[in-house]
Design a protein. Structure first.
Length: 218
């Protein structure tokens, strides 16, 4: 029975009427009005209001009438925590310092990163809107390319503020890999690209060894 409850499909609908003094209201679900009571919220953030989006399971009340159950308020925009902002700032220190050591003005890097970040944030917001409308989605590869090009700080903020792409493990792995690539590139540039040269040489040696093995087998 518990397992069946966990497998219930989820739906989303918007509140069309809410009586704060009585603690109940109605959702517009297709062409039907669906009853929702305050006690049927599984998590409660603030007093519901008309137009707010709600995620819920379809259920029946004591009189076997359709109603919303296990309701959750879908907050479209969340605040980025102070810890998240501090971590983002820490991740920007090394790339900024490495850029400054090249002799280029720091404001040029800031302008470039801000521009790419704004574009990336807009793409995240557009993709989330498409997801809600069940429209054609933005390819994840495009989002990753924007992050790799320098828009990853915008993606960082978008994931936390819009709560988008932050729970998909495979996407997060690729996102953090991109951040690590930026951190490594910044560190390696301070070492005069020593580690990149070592990696390139090791790959070249492996390729030469493989080619020799193929030649001998002939």
């Amino acid at each position: 029975m518990i397992f069946a409850e966990l497998r219930k499909p989820e739906y989303t609908a918007r509140i069309i009427e809410w009586h704060a003094d009585k603690g109940f209201g109605w959702l517009q679900f297709g062409d039907k009005r669906l009853f929702l009571h305050r006690r049927d919220f599984s998590r409660f953030h603030h007093v519901p209001r008309a137009g707010e989006e709600i995620r819920f399971n379809w259920g029946l009340d004591a009189q076997c009438r359709p109603c919303a159950q296990n309701a959750v308020q879908v907050r479209e925009v969340s605040e980025v925590s102070l810890m998240g902002l501090l971590l983002l700032g820490a991740l920007l220190v090394l790339p900024a310092y490495a850029w400054q050591q090249t002799g280029w003005e720091l404001w040029k890097l800031a302008a470039y990163v801000c521009t790419l970040s704004l574009i990336t944030y807009a793409m995240y917001r557009s993709d989330k809107r498409k997801a809600r409308q069940e429209a054609w989605r933005t390819p994840e590869m495009l989002l990753h390319l924007l992050e790799l090009a320098g828009g990853w700080p915008g993606a960082w903020v978008a994931q936390r503020r819009l709560r988008h792409k932050c729970s998909k493990t495979s996407y997060q792995f690729e996102f953090w890999l991109i951040i690590c690539i930026h951190q490594f590139a910044a560190f390696d540039s301070l070492q005069h690209w020593e580690y990149s040269q070592m990696l390139k040489q090791a790959l070249f040696e492996d390729h030469r060894t493989e080619q020799r093995g193929r030649y001998r087998r002939r």
